[in-house]
Design a protein around this ligand. Sequence first.
Ligand code: ATP
Length: 227
Amino acid sequence: MATVRSAEAGRRLGIMGGTFDPVHLGHLESAKAVAGAYDLERVMMVLSARPPHKTEGPHATVEQRLAMLEIAAGDHPQLEASDLEVRRAGPSYTVDTVEELARANPADAFFLILGVDAYTEIDTWYRPADLLESANIIVTTRAGTGLDTESIQPPFAARDATCYDSKIGGYLHNSGHTLTTLDIDGLDISASEIRRLAAGGSDVAHLTGKEVAAYIASERVYGARES
Ligand code: ATP
């Protein structure tokens, strides 16, 4: 019988993975909105050092992306930059990260936060069925990407181990972990647009925050020059 895993014993921690090339206000606001809605103590922003899925890029170096993530997260007590995937050799598979965190912190409940654009690719990920064995999944909207709750299904290979639960308005996995959705009032910001603007010498502070924008300009991360 499926039992709902008790989160009372430990912390409720979010995991938001990304290439963060660069991190921007869309990521930060989304992480904070989920933390508020799900009562998360903290959200770990895990830098995907070697993203297995991206066909091009990352454009900035791992060191630059991590530096920007640390600057951005440093301003928000609920957020924390994580270099876990930087320290681990090989491709940055999310399932390895989730399993590593869950193993190391057995009393804590983990919530993997994914934008709907990322979640729709889930069946192409490495061992997608195992994600729900170790963590809850929260799928969020991005501005301009509607969230059709009906179309959010568990990873194909995990469907036999999950059932829809109207009480939580999402799916319950045999492990007790859940797959739910959160419609957030997201910011219509994309990293590719920021890179394009920065490369053209525009100030991107309104999209990334002042300090990250200053780093991009001073380090000429995307070819930007300090004005
Ligand atoms: P690009 O904007 O160039 O497509 P990206 O920002 O989507 O890049 P990542 O840094 O890997 O690429 O995204 C990390 C996570 O943040 C993903 O789950 C993605 O869906 C989510 N995300 C990205 N932008 C936003 C946004 N504006 N609002 C909410 N979530 C976002």
